[in-house]
Ligand binder design. Sequence first.
Ligand code: CP
Ligand code: NVA
Length: 314
Amino acid sequence: MAINLRGRSFLTLKDFTSREIAYLLDLSMDLKRKKRAGIKGDLLENKNVALIFEKSSTRTRCAFTVACIDEGAHPEFLGKNDIHLGKKEDVQDTARVLGRMFDGIQFRGFSQDLVEALAKHSGVPVWNGLTDAYHPTQILADFLTIQEAFGKLKGLKLVYIGDGRNNMANSLMIGAAKVGMHCTIAAPESLFPEASLVEEVRAIAAETGAKIVLESDPKKAVKDADAIYTDVWASMGEEDKVADRIALLTPYQVNSELMSATGNSETIFLHCLPANKGQEVTEEVFESSRSLVFDEAENRLHTIKAVMVATLGK
Ligand code: CP
Ligand code: NVA
């Protein structure tokens, strides 16, 4: 059956099948080729898109903005001090107003419940541009980058190392389980992902053949890794936890020694960015030929465009 995502929101990868994820990655590749060929599109012509940002952003904001303009839509940036959302007006009312004026809404902020409420009450597609719980558009860019490097996703071993409870760890586990990629979360036990999420993800993985492993020994975790992924040790909103996290996560830094511990000279390095070089990754690994972080950052544009075109486009 043909895939049709028209009218769907993109809130977590849990809501998407592996075929739908593969479809979004194929569409991303088509849109990337089109962009590289300098072809201007009209797939989002006459659409108005609201971009709500409670938290700051470089890649996500720019990717949504440029993707809209490339395909003929109008993006409207709404920063945290620009609208009443959650302060003078409850989410249901803001959602209903925005849904009357805009054709799609991107939300980046703290609460997953809030982005879900926006989707429920606005009546238009809502795209999650990062919450405390998940960062699903990032995963599409990560997987496109991995697919470009290895020609496949299924059966590869991805190791995420660092804060195993954050939005990136959660979303990578979900995405990997969906596409049949093995995923190891390397973290101290106190930062292992929520047991309920691990259970949910393992149930998905049982259908695709992915192995989901939690490991506190970093060297053991990275053995035979195809991709090593890390993220900041304290996410946006956790500024008070920086000192604790440095103490806990210093043994989990991605450095040349850890890259060598894979036993695989082809292992790639990924990071959603922004990076805190000298903490979760050394400058040496970040700048090495194994680091694909800027391809990954560029792929935010093509994958976010694919999400908007698939759910809202012609
Ligand atoms: N990776 C990512 O989401 O980057 P920004 O915070 O710059 O949007
Ligand atoms: N975990 C990070 C991801 C940034 C893209 C954060 O939430 O700040």
